[in-house]
Design a binder for this molecule. Structure first.
Ligand code: RAM
Length: 479
């Protein structure tokens, strides 16, 4: 490793590197884009090719992890390493692939004993479809919240490419659960209507053969729907459509996608049993969070109620009276079912599944679904705070978003702000330039995929403080 720290990038060419020598370039912030660099040989004529390894890293820890040791669940091909032989120098190396990074490792595997390589003119051309200059940074009067907002904005910007990507390092594609939150964050900030409309049409226009809406779409070629389905993500198509209408009042999109939304509601209702409760008879998968160890039946019931309410407002908008009456009756039964069969009045909390498990996610989703009156929602969250806080074993900012919003919506302003500062603030204290896909403060090195190096460290579902702050704290955004 070249031990020198050069502050001026123009001085890079003062270094000559041979076998096993490395240099790290620091872009100063996280970016998504393309990299090129000039290279020439120095000393004797090149009597062997240059064997070069480049590694693009979002956070410093990726620099010290050896990709050869990777043994995680997802493909190793997501690790941003390149190995190449360059037979002749000088030349400009222009890499075709797009990278997501702040740090670039130039790792010279070998030159030859007789010559060395000299790098110059490193160039990173960053790309995004969102312009940070268009967004007014918030002034909350709290330094940490303001910093959380900046990091959140950068996260959202770097994930806004041709579509809303989940993460520009991995999986680089459009996921429905992520889209719902990205769209909300976008409304409060960049306010790009086209990108949300485009993503909604992709999901609505590319259903599976049975009409179900996929969880995610591959968008780097002709769009291809994936063959996986999550109960909650499918319902969030309805939710995203409804939020879009609420924000832009663009009825044409609702006209076009109403039937797709209705199909999705119909397919979700198939999981409701004769007691008006969601029961997973078939191979339903409900995501909610990357911690897979808690029961999700009550979350699924609440998410169905949440989305059905939004669907009914779309049915009213479309003037479908029959649908309004039909689905309102179902909604009433689902709410009664939840209150009468899932609520434990002794504890003042909802339980979930056959073992009557009490978990945070169930309370949070029931609050968000507004199954109880506002007063009872407040009491529910009081009980959750007393018995289930501090929060443990929640793996993602995605679920923390829902916890924080449930606190605000149940009149727990201070607990909400405190939790947001503790959780996102801990990533800021950990040096985050952009927020991470997964973060469990009790176990910061945890990964849903068994290896930290495959995690995405710029992941859009973690950017939502930009929405939460503007909606609930500075109240600049009112939807
Ligand atoms: C991850 C994706 C995405 C999320 C799914 C469930 O693989 O990155 O963010 O929606 O999991």
């Amino acid at each position: 490793m070249a031990q020198e720290k050069i502050k001026n990038i123009m001085a890079l060419s003062s270094l000559t590197l041979g076998k096993n020598e490395q240099v790290i370039l620091d872009l100063g912030d996280h970016y998504v884009g393309h990299f090129s660099i000039d290279m020439k040989s120095v000393d004797s004529p090149m009597d062997a090719p240059l064997f070069l390894h480049l590694k693009f890293c979002e956070i410093p820890i990726e620099l010290v992890e050896n990709s050869d040791d990777y043994d995680g669940l997802l493909s190793k091909s997501w690790l941003q390493d390149e190995y190449m032989h360059l037979d002749t120098l000088p030349q400009t190396l222009e890499l075709e692939r797009r990278y997501s990074c702040r740090y670039i490792l130039l790792d010279v595997i070998d030159t030859s004993p007789k010559w060395k390589v000299q790098f110059s003119n490193p160039t990173f051309v960053a790309q995004s479809s969102a312009d940070l200059k268009k967004v007014k940074p918030v002034k909350t009067g709290d330094k940490m919240l303001d910093r959380i907002d900046q990091v959140g904005l950068k996260t959202l910007q770097d994930c806004m490419q041709r579509v809303f990507e989940d993460g520009p390092k991995r999986d680089r594609r459009l996921w429905l659960g992520d889209l719902r939150l990205q769209a909300l964050a976008n409304y409060a900030t960049f306010d790009d209507q086209n990108i949300v409309r485009h993503c909604l049409y992709l999901f609505g226009g590319l259903p599976a053969e049975d009409g179900r809406i996929t969880t995610n779409i591959f968008t780097s070629t002709e769009p291809i729907p994936d063959d996986t389905f999550f109960y909650d993500y499918g319902l969030f198509f309805v939710s995203t459509l409804s939020d879009y209408y609420e924000h832009f009042k663009d009825k044409q999109v609702v006209d076009d996608l109403y039937e797709s939304a209705k199909n999705e509601i119909e397919s979700a209702l198939q999981a409701v049993n004769e007691n008006d409760l969601v029961e997973f008879k078939q191979d339903f998968f409900v995501f909610v969070d990357w911690n897979m160890d808690f029961d999700r039946h009550t979350c699924a019931q609440a998410i169905l109620i949440y989305a059905l309410r939004q669907f009914i407002s779309l049915a009213k908008l479309e003037d479908k009276q029959e649908d309004v009456l039909h689905y309102q009756a179902i909604l009433n039964k689902l709410i009664t079912g939840a209150k009468e069969q899932l609520f434990d009045s002794n504890q003042g909390l909802f339980w979930s599944g056959e073992d009557h498990e009490v978990n945070i996610a169930s309370q949070v989703w029931m609050v968000l679904a507004h199954v109880l009156s506002d007063d009872d929602n407040k009491k529910l969250m009081d009980n959750a705070i007393e018995k289930l806080f501090p929060v443990h074993d929640i793996a993602t900012p995605y679920m923390y978003h829902h916890i924080v919003v449930a606190l605000f919506e149940s009149d727990h302003y201070h607990d909400a702000v405190k939790l947001m500062k503790e959780y996102w603030g801990k990533m800021v204290d950990g040096g985050a330039d952009t927020f991470w896909e997964s973060f469990n403060p009790d176990d910061p090195a945890a990964s849903p995929y068994g290896s930290l190096s495959i995690n995405s460290f710029c992941h859009a579902w973690s950017c939502t403080p930009v929405f939460i702050i503007r909606k609930y704290i500075t109240k600049e955004y009112d939807k």
